[in-house]
Design a protein around this ligand. Structure first.
Ligand code: GLA
Ligand code: CA
Length: 801
């Protein structure tokens, strides 16, 4: 009897397996003559980039249907390695990480899938998708043929393959194309490494899978492999023919595809919200479709970098905000924007005469939540007595998060000081946001965003305790700086000068406490902390209404705050945290993302699917402390409210160098048109500052715009721009976010631009961070058609100090 039941079960299983195979017939997808071929017929890829971890799983299908309603025939996804393997060897492909389920939903809705499994992805995502624990091997070479890196990459790709290889078109699934690495050209030149990634993916997805590489028109040749498809990435407004010019020369019969057509752009803390005009985006896509060019619209729906997953841009350190709205046609919370309707109208022309699919109803209504107070408080730090677990390490030299075995969160470092009469200067390289205390009294802070590395200490007595609370933000996701350790990096140096004698100390004996930013830890803070619930002045950084020398409000209290709100009906909302300092938020145990008073983002998107009728819990970990412990839910997000300590324009007249008596290292005129141009200096020039004076523009009366600048050193090699900052710009269009730093952000699609209606001359001065010997300047104008803002006559100065 038992036997029979088992047999029956086997038959049922086999039958259902056969059925599922029957519905999933194998197809082909290949590269043909100037076109892609789906089952042998010409096919234009119209892909919508969306990232499943940036969308709550209950909303996946709605977002895919929204993409379909735009006339798209595919979705393009990244696989973020670090969300799937958060600890080495522990893989998670369930719930919001169930990428195979996501692909099946796409297929169910008649959409193909393009997969971009990295291992590196960029994407304004923590460390560009690489797991932090790789950095436990201090000397690891990321994105290179480092044996440990390659070993882990292969294990990860194999695991992804277990999920996705059964879903290729060849196996009757929706996956038509797979990307090898990501924009390797802006990282380096290393064909052997890229080849090894290619071989790894080939062995997993088979020889028939169409593998491709994406890069920029300016650098794709550096790593382009002969047997892979080459696609170009560029943004709204770009000159499309120009972007495919070189590809056309090298491979006249290859299909053309823009693998990332940027619909908008990402936002960074402390800078204005980015937007791009709908018309320019739609016109560019119309032009591509009219020429049979395939594309993926990055982003079609950006969503949210929940929890601690937002990355940071570099050179410099420019952490990304939580919202990944991207000014995309489908907004962060899944609704159609005016851009959506304009795009849908245009896409109808290319829909083979068929009616466009319906726009689906949103899965949830939008609700508001009346103002509520977060009344419960638990200190993480209380004067000389940190309310933390026993220190993880004592008596050790200073360690990073990674050395402490912690991926994300904050760390508290303490050491005792010798007697230092008079002021001293503390210098340290701290990632990322550090607050300094002596015996619990707030002294000041260093912010990596502002490149701050030192702080003045008051005189101290022997045995006084120095405490440093360090919050780590998202790891850098772009450029060579992705190897981004967190915490105090290297020694802390204290120097004091008394009677012209310099004395230096390097404290070696540290107590260190790790404060991981998990929900469990946050809840625990309320259980195990004896101060829990008390709300008295002793937990403030200082006494009420005190201000520190740097303007820090000493009445604020860093710590965990908890409050509740009640709902009669659930829906999506935007919780406003503009009265809070800096930190992270959890709602009903879901990590919602980072907050920071400086803006521009002041609200967090809270999806209704994570809320419930009745009581909902909110916990905020605020490492600075709130001005008011209130929050409320609004019907619209606030993505563009800056609350900066000082303006982010660089027009302080005191920073303007006197060029009257200076001798230029080069004078001349740039040619009109797109593309890089090099200016050789008359002689090698030594100095710390680059001043570029734009005397006139290609089109008379135009504003000035520059997309990128490089300087070459003595060996005719580009020098690192890692330490560059903008010293002075006589005019910056800060509203459009065209500030001076855009000339060294490694992005060819962003640029410094002066305000409209202010014709040349214009001056931009860059601090190179240290003295350099320089031989040439490389200049890239804007990539758009007609190159508005192109500089004509110039003078270049290298200034000593
Ligand atoms: C590049 C990367 C993407 C993303 C965009 C900017 O194209 O490939 O991952 O970072 O830049 O949004
Ligand atoms: Ca740029």
């Amino acid at each position: 009897m038992k036997m029979k039941a088992i047999n029956l079960a086997v038959v049922v299983l086999m039958l259902s397996f056969l059925c599922s195979c029957q519905t999933r017939e194998p197809h082909t997808f290949a590269v043909g003559d100037k076109t892609f071929l789906l089952d042998g017929k010409p096919f234009v890829v119209k892909a919508a980039e969306v990232h499943y971890p940036r969308i709550p799983r209950p909303y996946w299908e709605h977002r895919i249907q929204m993409c379909k309603a735009l006339g798209m025939n595919a979705v393009c996804i990244y696989i973020f390695w670090n969300i799937h393997e958060q600890q080495e060897g522990q893989f998670n492909f369930t719930e919001n990480n169930d990428v195979a389920a996501f692909c099946r939903i796409a297929q169910k809705n008649g959409m193909y899938v393009i997969v971009r499994p990295g291992p590196y992805v960029c994407a304004e995502w923590e460390m560009g998708g690489l797991p932090w624990w790789l950095l436990k091997k201090k000397d690891i070479r990321l994105r290179e043929q480092d044996p440990y890196f390659m070993q882990r990459v292969k294990i990860f790709e194999q695991k992804v393959g277990e999920q996705l290889a059964p879903l290729t078109v060849q196996n009757g699934g929706p996956i038509i194309m797979i990307q090898v690495e990501n924009e390797y050209g802006s990282y380096g030149e290393d064909k052997p490494y890229v080849s090894e990634i290619r071989d790894c993916l080939k062995s997993i997805y088979g020889d028939d899978m169409t593998l491709f590489q994406c890069d920029w028109a300016s650098n794709f040749e550096k790593n382009g492999l002969d047997d892979l498809t080459w696609t170009m990435n560029f943004g709204t407004g770009a000159n499309i023919d120009q972007q495919f010019l070189r590809l056309g020369e090298l491979r006249p019969n290859a299909p053309k595809m823009c693998s990332e057509f940027w619909s908008g752009w990402f936002d960074k803390w402390g800078a204005q919200h980015e937007t791009r005009p709908a018309k320019d985006m739609v016109d560019g896509m119309d032009e591509m479709l009219s020429k049979g060019i395939s594309f993926s619209l990055y982003m079609t729906h950006g969503g949210t970098s929940f929890g601690h997953w937002a990355g940071a841009n570099s050179p410099g350190f420019a952490p990304d905000v939580t919202s990944y709205d991207y000014d995309a046609p489908i907004n962060e919370w899944g609704l159609a924007t005016p851009k959506f309707w304009e795009l849908r109208k245009m896409m109808e022309k290319y829909n083979d005469g068929k009616e466009m699919p319906d726009v689906p109803e949103p899965p949830m209504p939008i609700i508001t939540v009346p103002k509520f107070e977060l009344t419960e408080f638990s200190s993480i730090f209380n004067g000389t007595d940190p309310k933390l677990d026993a220190p993880v390490r004592t008596g050790s030299p200073v360690m990073t998060f990674e050395e402490m075995g912690m991926g994300w969160g904050s760390m508290y470092y303490a050491t005792t000081l010798p007697e230092i009469a008079g002021q001293s200067v503390l210098t340290a390289d701290i990632h990322d946001f550090a607050q300094f205390f002596i015996n619990g009294k707030y002294i000041g802070k260093t912010d990596r965003v502002k490149n701050e590395k030192s702080i003045t200490l008051p005189s101290v007595k022997k045995g006084d305790e120095l405490q440093i609370l360090v919050e780590g933000m998202g790891r850098i996701n772009f450029g060579r700086a992705i190897k981004d350790f967190k915490g105090i990096i290297g020694d802390v140096a204290i120097t004091s000068t008394v009677n012209n004698t310099e004395t230096a100390w390097k404290p070696q004996d540290w107590s260190m406490f790790a404060l991981p930013d998990s929900y469990e830890k946050a809840v625990d803070a309320f259980v195990n902390n004896e101060d829990w619930g008390k709300n008295d002045n002793s937990m403030r950084l200082g006494k009420p209404s005190q201000m520190a020398a740097d303007g820090q409000d000493l009445t604020t209290k860093p710590g965990y705050y908890r409050g509740y709100f009640n709902l009669k009906k659930v829906g999506d909302t935007f919780l406003n945290f503009e009265t809070w300092g800096k930190g992270q938020v959890w709602v009903n145990g879901h990590a919602m993302g980072r907050i920071w008073s400086i803006g521009p983002q002041q609200t967090l998107y809270v999806p209704g699917c994570w809320l419930r009728k009745g009581k909902n819990e909110v916990i905020v970990l605020d490492v600075v402390g709130p001005k008011e412990t209130v929050a409320w839910g609004q019907a619209e997000p606030e993505l563009n409210k800056l609350q900066l300590e000082k303006s982010n324009k660089h027009n302080n007249i005191g920073d303007k160098p006197d060029l009257n008596s200076a001798t230029p290292s080069a004078t001349g005129s740039f040619k009109s048109g797109n593309g890089w141009q090099t200016v050789k200096f008359n002689a090698p020039a030594k100095g710390r500052y680059l001043a570029i004076e734009c005397l006139s523009t290609q089109k008379e009366g135009d504003c000035v715009a520059i997309a990128e600048l490089y300087l070459k050193g003595v060996a005719d090699k580009r020098i690192s721009r890692e330490a560059w900052t903008t010293k002075y710009a006589d005019s910056e269009d800060a509203n459009g976010n065209h500030t001076g730093d855009k000339v060294f952000d490694l992005q060819e699609s962003t640029y410094w631009q002066t305000e409209k209606g202010l014709p040349a001359p214009h001056l931009l001065v860059i601090d190179l961070g240290s003295e350099q010997t320089l031989t040439a300047l490389e200049y890239l104008p804007r990539a758009e058609q007609g190159a508005p803002g192109g500089v004509k006559d110039f003078r270049i100065f290298i200034i000593e100090n």
